[in-house]
Ligand binder design. Structure first.
Ligand code: 6PG
Length: 250
């Protein structure tokens, strides 16, 4: 069954992108749900989400807004939670640290633990806590970034078995640094109701054009993200400069 084509939003700059995306996410989590139904959100790390988290901390902290939201991670570096490279630390210090009572709503990947054991634990955790669709956890929203090499989550070129494995969460290795990472697998990423790619900066323009505008690039992990639900790309102008007019009518 053909999956819906991506919807592309292009913003003047990364600040406008972050403001619009924060507004959309705030509205999405505020939508009425049946009593007891949680909103399951998986966050990516890296540098791009920083402005988004700053916006959410600035504009979306009304009491109760996040009470029914559960925060998970798409991936985590195998470092302690207070390490400068920790994806959890970045989200916590900028945004989540402002929320009350997060022990039952924030579920970090334990980067300080044995990677294989933590991947197993986290896979079990999301299976237990996130409603499943066809036996796979179905997140309401997954926020993804994209590296300049076309990786997403911590699924790097040359490690595309992580897209197809039956495991829900697995161990990856950064191709340059050798750093181990815990990552959700393609099976989970492609089972989401909504996937938002958040990509900014001229250094990503070539890869954005290759993945969105060009012929199928099987070698690029981000090109394999086609969720059952909706796929959105939130780009700033710099990242969209090489998209042809067809994709970039704005
Ligand atoms: C991570 C992310 C990773 C990130 C891309 C883009 O742990 O680093 O999950 O997939 O989204 O590498 O990173 P930047 O936003 O820093 O360009």
């Amino acid at each position: 069954m053909k999956r819906p084509d991506p919807i592309i939003f292009i913003f003047k700059d990364s600040g406008n992108l972050a403001r619009d995306l924060a507004r959309r996410i705030c509205s999405l989590v505020g939508e009425t749900r049946e009593p007891g139904r949680k909103f399951n959100l998986a966050l990516s790390g890296g540098s791009t989400p920083r402005k988004l988290f700053q916006e959410l901390a600035k504009t979306c902290l009304d009491p109760g807004t996040w009470d029914d939201v559960r925060f998970f991670w798409v991936d985590e570096r195998c470092v302690p939670p207070d390490h400068p490279e920790s994806n959890y630390r970045m989200a916590h210090d900028i945004f989540l640290g402002n929320l009350p009572q997060t022990e039952n709503t924030v579920f970090r990947m334990r980067g300080e633990d044995n990677p294989a054991e933590e991947a197993e634990r986290y896979g079990q955790l999301i299976l237990e806590m996130v409603p499943e669709e066809e036996g796979i956890p179905e997140f309401d929203l997954i926020l993804l970034g994209m590296g300049g090499d076309g990786h997403t989550a911590s699924i790097f070129p040359g490690q595309t078995e992580l897209l197809w494995t039956d495991r829900l969460c697995d161990v990856a290795v950064h191709p340059e640094s050798g750093q181990k990472r815990i990552t959700l697998t393609g099976k989970v990423l492609n089972n989401a109701v909504n996937v938002f790619f958040l990509v900014a900066g001229e250094d990503k323009a070539g890869m954005v054009a290759a993945i969105i505008g060009g012929p199928d690039r099987k070698d690029l992990p981000a090109s394999h993200i086609r969720p059952r639900g909706h796929l959105y790309w939130f780009l700033d102008q710099s990242a969209a400069t090489l998209l042809n007019k067809k994709q970039n009518p704005g």
